[in-house]
Ligand binder design. Structure first.
Ligand code: WT7
Length: 661
């Protein structure tokens, strides 16, 4: 599977525990520890989550494991996600804020549930008018504007499957995802604000279309302001959303009841090959899981204002900005822009302005706030009772800073481990039911069974101090259904290593997460990081091969390898190592061409700072690049075992080339 040995746990110094404050515990949604026993009644325990939804038809089977690893939840049931997130709240919460959106320049828009209902219905009518039908995949390429959740919910209302591509992705990345999903409709926007600049976003859609063999049927173009930005050009396939909505004012569309197992959306993520994979999530299982975990973990009450400071374009936003919070009738903040525009206190200013009391973000953001310093928080009057973190391991000192300076020492701080594929959080502490322990994500969520395995698939005991492969050995409703169009890769990536592939008993199937972890004697898990050739850049997953396949397209480059370098703020960044063609000249120019190629083909967030020209890459005798050794060079660590290399002298030569730069 991988060349990389599982790293051995470097022990943390004295573990310390922090008690959740009694004021928090007193108001928490879940305070009864028997919840774990109830959910351990597998699979019936998970019915408690499904009960939180409105079903057009109730399920007849909770869990169907008869065709592993294609697990099916709440079969026989029918429901609509948009109805559950919007319509059913109208009776009690029509006037309640669903989203309060703040644009980067300071413009605001409040959408009550009633407003969201109207907007979703009108846009669903518009989508239907341009030919979107139940089961179609609609690609969205939208930034953090209200049009994004409205578009997602409008698709869901019609039973269409949305596939949102993070707004920061470039045209070729967008084109790949449109083609892979065979999507006939694209939704974009003229532009949006980032660090004071109006970005011409729609141009990426135009460029993407040029790269498609098979053009989309229509592009729906939202506008950031009332009118289309004057610099935006329209083509014959473009339809202005405003024009469509003018025709569909006041229209409503009946929510289409979907089978529980029908797909709700695709979310592309990076894997170990060059090609991104489209994780497919179902309707009933996914929605039950995110609705239940939003209630128990994020602990949202009708009076709370919740802010998940993340982008809806990634799974965090799908599950814990859109579906989970809306299904719980939450009031959430959405923010369009950068945290340091126009000043480094912007986040805290927004928190004060809207009275945010539950705040969720990533270690990357927290490290940035930490570097900027406490002085940027001090002018603002905000009071969080509940803080969470997601996306990367949160180092104890970063945890403590978050607890002391953002939480004021009297808030709960929850780390949450999960993945695009798991749909919702699977490892974490329920906030009122466990002590917090910096550096440790916590225990498995109710109903989740996690384990750590060694290379041979044997389970490592809690407290062994040994790191191994993090696996989930019992299905859960939030799990992906398959990878879009690629069942084989679904098995290969997640199941092949630790499952009995011939067995039709679901108990013989084990989901491999791709992370290494260690379990302390108290049952708390500490996640160390990826064990495959996937890195985590500022909380965004990137595959080495994905970058390499872009870099080798640069005319002067013959071979490329990418390794992760540890970075004080972003967690990890990609370092590129390239071998040039015979006649090419090593120099600043080719290095810049490599950086540009990545920015253009994937997105600026993936651009490598360091590009090193080397004579040769470390290949094994079987012809695989040992990226682990490059990682050691990037991080100035001693080299591990090089005996399987074709030429064991290569890594030392590369090290000299790096230091000679
Ligand atoms: C990978 C999944 C889940 C939403 C954001 C990322 C890493 C995620 C944690 C955490 C340590 C974490 C893992 C995982 N990761 N949360 N709390 N502690 N590592 O979703 O893009 O699918 O990436 O992010 O490596 O496999 P994603």
């Amino acid at each position: 599977m991988t060349d990389d040995p599982v790293p051995i746990e470097t022990r943390l110094s004295e573990p310390e525990y922090y008690r959740p404050p009694p004021s928090f515990v007193g108001q928490a949604n879940v305070t009864d520890p028997t919840v774990f026993d109830e959910f351990d009644q597998f699979p019936e325990g998970f019915e408690a989550y499904a009960e939180r939804l409105d079903w057009d038809e109730r399920w007849d089977t909770v869990f169907d494991g008869s065709d592993p690893p294609y697990f099916r939840w709440f079969t026989g049931g029918r429901l609509n996600a948009a109805h559950n997130c919007v319509d059913r709240h109208l009776e009690e919460y029509a006037e309640k804020t669903a989203f309060v959106w703040e644009g980067e320049p300071g413009d605001c828009r409040r959408l009550a549930y009633q407003d969201l209902y109207r907007e979703v219905n009108e846009f669903a009518a518009a989508l239907r008018a341009v030919g979107v039908e139940e089961g179609d995949v609609v690609t969205l390429h939208l930034p953090m504007v209200p049009a994004l959740p409205i578009s997602m919910l409008a698709c869901a209302r019609l039973g269409a499957v949305h596939s949102e591509v993070f707004g920061g992705f470039s045209a070729p990345a967008l084109a790949d995802r449109i083609a892979d999903a065979d999507s006939r409709h694209l939704i974009t926007i003229d532009g949006y604000y980032r660090r004071g600049e109006f970005l011409q976003h729609k141009r990426k859609a135009d460029d993407a279309r040029e790269q498609l063999d098979d053009d989309v049927d229509a592009v729906l173009v939202w506008t950031r302001e009332d009118d289309l930005h004057p610099a935006t050009e329209l083509t014959e396939r473009d339809v202005l959303v405003g024009d469509l909505l003018a025709v569909h004012r006041g229209d409503s569309v009946d929510p289409v009841p979907r089978a529980s197992t029908d797909p709700l959306f695709l979310m592309y993520t990076s894997g170990t090959t060059g090609k991104p994979k489209g994780a497919q999530h179902g309707t009933g299982g996914y929605l039950s899981y995110v609705t239940g975990t939003t209630h128990s973990l994020f602990d949202i009450h009708p009076t709370d204002t919740y802010w998940c400071f993340a982008d809806i374009g990634w799974i965090t936003g799908h599950s814990y900005i859109v579906y989970g919070p809306l299904a719980n009738a939450a009031s959430s903040v959405l923010y369009e822009g950068a945290p340091d525009h126009p000043h480094r206190g912007r986040v805290w200013e927004i928190a004060e302005k809207y009275g945010v009391d539950i705040f969720h973000t990533s270690p990357t953001a927290i490290r940035l706030f930490m570097r900027w310093g406490e002085s940027h928080l001090e002018p603002y009057d905000f009071d969080f009772k509940h803080l969470t973190s997601v996306g990367e391991p949160i180092q104890p000192e970063v945890w403590r800073w978050y607890y002391d300076h953002v939480g004021g020492g009297d808030s709960v701080v929850i780390d949450t481990w999960w993945q695009t594929e798991t749909g919702g959080v699977v490892l974490s502490n329920l906030p009122a039911l466990a002590d917090m322990k910096p550096g440790y994500v916590g225990r498995p969520m109710p109903g989740i069974s996690a384990a750590i395995l060694d290379d041979d698939g044997a389970e490592l005991e809690a407290g062994s101090g040994q790191a191994g492969y993090l696996v989930l050995d019992r299905p859960w409703p939030g799990m992906l259904q398959t990878l879009q169009g690629d069942d084989e890769r679904y098995i290969e990536e997640y199941w092949a290593d630790f499952s009995d592939l011939d067995s039709d008993d679901w108990r013989d199937w084990v989901y491999k997460a791709g992370d290494s972890a260690v379990e302390a004697a108290d049952g708390y898990f500490r996640v160390l990081g990826r064990i495959d050739d996937v890195m985590n850049v500022a909380g965004h997953r990137l595959g080495s091969m994905e970058l390499e396949s872009v870099i080798v397209e640069v005319p002067d480059v013959a071979e490329a390898a990418v390794a992760a370098r540890d970075h004080p703020e972003k967690g990890q960044v990609p370092d590129a190592y390239v071998v040039l063609r015979e006649d090419a000249e090593a120099g600043a120019e080719v290095r810049e061409a490599v950086r540009e190629a990545v920015a253009t083909d994937i997105g600026k967030f993936a651009r490598p700072d360091h590009v090193t020209v080397v004579d040769s890459l470390p290949y094994t005798r079987s012809g695989k690049i040992m990226r682990r050794l490059l990682g050691e060079i990037s991080n100035e660590r001693p080299l591990s075992d090089t005996t399987t290399l074709e030429d064991p002298a290569v890594p030392e030569r590369i090290r000299e080339q790096v230091s000679g730069e």
